[in-house]
Write a protein that binds this ligand. Structure first.
Ligand SMILES: [Zn+2]
Ligand SMILES: [Zn+2]
Length: 82
């Protein structure tokens, strides 16, 4: 099943790969982010939005939360303290 952007309903691609395995008899789960992912899951409201619906995808927040909380970021996408 494809995931879709919750704003424009376009299919998104790339996902978090979850690998489970066993290391020395201990079950381990590894999560690896693929570099081709074109969407984010907003850190604040958990909405799934594609990069075209989000002006600052590198921050991990959707536009709505950036507006709502008046978040500001530096050039590298790090949250700036108010
Ligand atoms: Zn979208
Ligand atoms: Zn949000």
């Amino acid at each position: 099943m494809n995931q879709q952007c919750e704003l424009c309903e376009k299919d998104v691609y790339g996902e978090l790969g979850v690998y489970s395995g066993d290391r020395n008899g201990i079950a381990v789960i590894m999560i690896k982010e693929t570099s081709t992912r074109n969407w984010i899951l907003c850190d604040s409201c958990s909405v799934l939005v594609c990069h075209s619906c989000c002006t600052r995808p590198e921050t991990g927040y959707c536009n709505e939360c950036i507006d709502r909380y008046k978040l500001s970021f530096d050039e590298e996408g790090r949250l700036r303290d108010p």
